[in-house]
Design a protein around this ligand. Sequence first.
Ligand SMILES: *[C@@H]1O[C@H](CO)[C@@H](O)[C@H](O)[C@H]1NC(C)=O
Ligand SMILES: *[C@@H]1O[C@H](CO)[C@@H](O)[C@H](O)[C@H]1NC(C)=O
Ligand SMILES: *[C@@H]1O[C@H](CO)[C@@H](O)[C@H](O)[C@H]1NC(C)=O
Length: 429
Amino acid sequence: MRVYHAECILVSICLLLRAGNVEGIQVWGMQFGRAPLLEKFTWKIMDFAYPDERSRQLAIASGEYVPENSLPVGIEIWRNKLFVTIPRWRDGIPSTLNYIPLDSNQGRSPKLIPYPNWAQNKAGLCGSGLTTVYRIHVDRCDRLWALDTGTIGIDDTTVQVCPYTLNIFDLTTDKLLRQYRLRSEDVNQNTFIANIAVDLGKDGCDDAFAYMSDELGYGLIVYSWQQNTSWRLTHSYFMPDPLAGDYNIGGLNFQWGAEGIFGMSLSPILPDGYRTLFFHPLSSHREFAVSTRILRDQQLSQNSYHEFQVLSSRGPLSHCTASVMDENGLQFFNLVDQNAIGCWNSALPYAPINQAIVARHDEALIFPSDIKVKRGSLWIMSDRMPIFLLSSLNYTDVNFRILTMPVQAAISGTVCDNVSWRFSKNQVW
Ligand SMILES: *[C@@H]1O[C@H](CO)[C@@H](O)[C@H](O)[C@H]1NC(C)=O
Ligand SMILES: *[C@@H]1O[C@H](CO)[C@@H](O)[C@H](O)[C@H]1NC(C)=O
Ligand SMILES: *[C@@H]1O[C@H](CO)[C@@H](O)[C@H](O)[C@H]1NC(C)=O
């Protein structure tokens, strides 16, 4: 991060967001973080790294690329690559899985490079091209896990052109390591999966499971790397809270009453050898938890209603999209109603008193849609998604941002930094 800072200062392109909102109220009891957010990248409109301007113009003329139709939703970081995903909700998205090189100065609004290449991002080429990828995950074994939903469109316009397929890339060679089609029993007619968590167990790279949250079909699909098979489980905790479907974001009031299980984060490995999966429906103010001991066992996962825990409510205005937990047991989560990022130190019980806001900005954080922790820094994507979907974006304004802040600075002075970071045994949430 020091490198980026130096680079920013040198070329004076780094904008520290207006301190007023971010540092804001310096009352410790109010649980606000003090650290400034760094705007790493911003875009008015997304653009792609065509080999030359002529091919870009041809793509625009043919409708293959419609600049105002791209909405970035997911990010991930691996070494010098920053991945950015764009779902094919509308026409003219030339590539769904993309990256930005972090080691060359591409300016503040870099063009996206298809990953691993253009050909493997062609829509509708089932098995050989990615159609729509939402949130992705890079594991410690240099693998990129990308679920292709196989869909074009959103809501009523959705067409399932290919089956849901999990693609796992070897980032060191850019080759597809494995491709797995979800079984027809894993999905239903309402299925919409926009998020994935990857669970590396204590036995190394082969001891891997993926958990995919079915937001509108209300299920969790488990994929076992070792068995190369998948199963689906259901639980009433995957459902939305019918009282939590009303939203006010970016000046819009709307109802997303059907949004169930969405955000997921995994604890460090506990003394029993398993992690805890924390999850929440989008239309809810609650977090839930279950041990991966249950999820990893197909039989157990079908018949363990009481193994799922209900945690305290976060309180009002706490709809949450993505969340992440670092190796110290610190959880960060996107609070879309508050244009903010929250934290919780899982050494303490899950309750509002033990949570804090680490960043808030009423312009830069309109709809934080993804969050990651890499090398001691938080990475956040905000994209004004409700305005894109329900109204229209102003393309002379900045719409999409990737922001970063050091974890230590983010939690400094908040309850999240008030107890040992060490993940302890016998957690009670
Ligand atoms: C995993 O299962 C898929 C079926 O979706 C199959 O095509 C693939 O060859 C299998 N891979 C391995 C490594 O067994
Ligand atoms: C669009 O954004 C620009 C730049 O922020 C601003 O000057 C303009 O007033 C906005 N237009 C509308 C219609 O809001
Ligand atoms: C830190 O913990 C102490 C005692 O547990 C408590 O009195 C204090 O309010 C906490 N500080 C913050 C910032 O939460």
